[in-house]
Design a protein around this ligand. Sequence first.
Ligand code: HXC
Length: 510
Amino acid sequence: MKEILQELERRREIARLGGGQARIDAQHARGKLTARERIDIFLDEGSFEEFDMFVEHRSTDFGMDKSKIAGDGVVTGWGTVNGRTVFVFAKDFTVFGGSLSEAHAEKITKVQDMALKNRAPIIGIYDAGGARIQEGVAALGGYAEVFQRNVLASGVIPQISIIMGPCAGGDVYSPAMTDFIFMVRDTSYMFVTGPDVVKTVTNETVTSEQLGGASVHTTKSSIADAAYDNDVDTLLQVRRFIDFLPQSNTATVPEIECYQSVTEADNSLDTLIPANANKPYDIKELILKVADEGDFFEIQESFAKNIVCGFGRIEGATVGFVANQPMVLAGVLDSDASRKAARFVRFCDCFNIPIVTFVDVPGFLPGTAQEYGGLIKHGAKLLFAYAEATVPKLTVITRKAFGGAYDVMASKHLRGDLNYAWPTAQIAVMGAKGAVEIIFRKDIADPEKIAAHTKMYEDRFLSPFVAAERGYIDEVIMPHSTRRRLAQGLRMLRNKDLTNPWKKHDNIPL
Ligand code: HXC
């Protein structure tokens, strides 16, 4: 018996070494951790339960029958993050460059199936060279099996991808279909085809970093939701992130005990809006003052900065914050901002996370660049997302809510549950200058008349009261009471019961 047990331990030790000590050392020399080290940091200590440690590939071509390594390039299993179950798979770059074989794919689909059946989040950690080139179509089929499961699980359980090395070819599409992608700066990159193929096909010369590094995907392509400096920081941030998410679309929003009062007035908010309506202020200040203990996890912080999206908590329960940012392009809605916020709103709606929207928006961005780029369709995405969302929707207009952007930003007309405005709100078709130049065009040469018309327009329309008179605004609130008002509203909306008409699925303008 002792020998049998020792044999198991011996086999385990070999499997844990993956591609061997030399390759582990090479991984460390590049500033990267191994798959197992990553899982150990990511999960609660001692909670990892591994599956399929002894799985090997079945290919025989190109001498592969003589080259088998237990685990076949991916470590899979489950564990806990702050006590809650999650499923994980981590590509092991030390084994065939983490490339995906048929058997490797079967290990991933097994945990995907387990995660879906048991309604728990799944996290994939990537560091791999794409399809196992020696396997051909068996590897391609394996990828498609993974993709199919990503789609079936979408909107049912949270799916998160962490890119910690190369992620190329077939490896990019599974992360692309998950809810969030996190990257490591300088050591990770994602692209469909690498620099060599790019050179051959388009004659462009680029480095991996220029083509698909974290800097590209967090600022230009918006593929990644955030990036951090190293493996450890990234894994710890994703642990923090998971605390905001429910286990599935039928689970309740997680609650973390809150020690900060919601009734205390924050008088600093009464002076947040500058006296001059054209002066910017930082909307994140409002978010940080409303969220429990100022804990805010921002999504896509470096992309479309004119809108801010992210998770926080009010009275311990997760909420999604969406806010126009007057500091960037005056908070205007453009194609990028619309796409970014639409996807965020839809995630919140999938997973029962109430949405708090702060509005200060001068309208949609005019110009040929925007129109040629499909602003109509992209703007419609955000409109569609807010309109279809059935989770509690609470809106506070802090200053401008002009034109179509007023409608889009979780207005009463899109089934906003609680629509508040600060006394500084200006709810109108457009700003005073533009409005007067159109409706009083005949007086344009007379500055005195124009000034009088402008004053009249400002007094009548640039306030929250016309909207409040119609009930489009439920209440004009004091800025200092915003956190209390939102907390009370969220409590009242806890049992909100609203469903959309049955359909196979909608046809959001993609
Ligand atoms: C088999 C692979 C492999 C792969 C890497 N390796 N990628 N083995 N299939 N796809 C092996 C290497 O042969 C090497 O083994 C070891 O992993 C480490 O790789 P290196 O090249 O030494 O590492 P590095 O210099 O860091 O380069 C990493 C890399 C590069 C950029 C990922 O290996 C690379 O370009 N790989 C191929 C990428 C690719 O074209 N994949 C196929 C994409 S097509 P040894 O034993 O020599 O150390 C695809 C189609 C699917 O994925 C589409 C589905 C939709």
